[in-house]
Design a binder for this molecule. Sequence first.
Ligand code: NDP
Length: 349
Amino acid sequence: MSSDTHRVLLTGANGFIGNHILAELLSAGFSVRAVVRSQAKADTILQTHSNAGRKLDFCLVADITAHNAFSRAFESKEPFDTVIHTASPFLYRDVTSNEDLLDPAVRGTMSILYGARDHNTVKRVIILSSIAAVMDYSEAAPKDGRMWTAKDWNPVTRDEAIRAANYSTVYRASKTFSEKCAWEFMEEQKPHFDLVSLNPPMVYGPLLHSIRDISQLNESNLRIWNLFLDSSKDLEMPPNGVYWYVDVRTQDLALAHIRAVTKPEIGNRRIIIAAGSVTSQEIADILRSAITTLAESTPIGKPGEDTFPTNGYSVDTDTARNVLGLAFRNKEETFLQLARQLLEIAKRT
Ligand code: NDP
């Protein structure tokens, strides 16, 4: 397969992760149509990827929940070989109801699949799912130091998602339901293309695109800003949360997408894309030891203490290494480079 003639349809191209995937696709020589909601968002992409030239064009889809939302996106003189679907809500400040998270996730995924079904040049649809669709976050979840693998599914129900009082439960449900629908579609419709789902845990790392100020940060990096960079040395160490992570960049999650495009043998697989674990104490130690200006604003906790839970869970990191050939960068690079960028953004605004 030659990347020179291979054409990719990419949704969510203006997002934190979408921008990195787009950069990786363009640098590998693919021709890409980016799907975004508005011309203003397309213009921002052009600023970030100013060398793209004729390899990049756009389609505006204002509402991904609309019937046949992506049908126009597929209309192209040069047809598409691969679809990468990343557009899905993950900004809690932008939502006012649980449906705001659930509907675009599920309907957007179904629309992209139906769109691909009507275009027989498409050989693969890649869905950016999440570890949220894999792990069981409920009280009843097995707490036995287990390893979550691609065989596991978050058991959250539609009813729980509708009634949930916090957006993180609903977000996890949105990723679960949208990915489940995709696999059911494959089972029922038996389309001419195959499906690959990539399931990362927390995704961190520097932004490729510009933001006006910290208030425009994406959800996962905002967590690092709020809990570790804009906090206080005396505050209690924040809970570990989802303590498995991957860097967003080339070499890591962005490269996983390129490998998913170029490896025909991985069709119809779910692949967890995780670099490793990181505790809150580790993040704080990395930041405090290298960035002296954080002395007052990053929690101290108990430096050097191993706070990985004694019966903590793990996730499968081997499949991404063995099947996709990924060799992840180290956590110091991820958290220091992200922190330095965010501190710069905060300083200039
Ligand atoms: P961003 O918020 O930066 O990007 C989300 C993208 O989805 C944007 O392009 C956004 O467009 C689009 N989008 C969101 N809601 C809608 C909607 N209702 N209609 C149309 N487009 C929409 O987040 P990330 O880059 O972090 O997330 C990208 C994907 O990665 C998501 O599917 C997310 O679930 C998944 N993911 C993220 C992880 C993380 O830690 N960041 C972890 C695991 C998975 P617009 O700018 O117009 O809103």
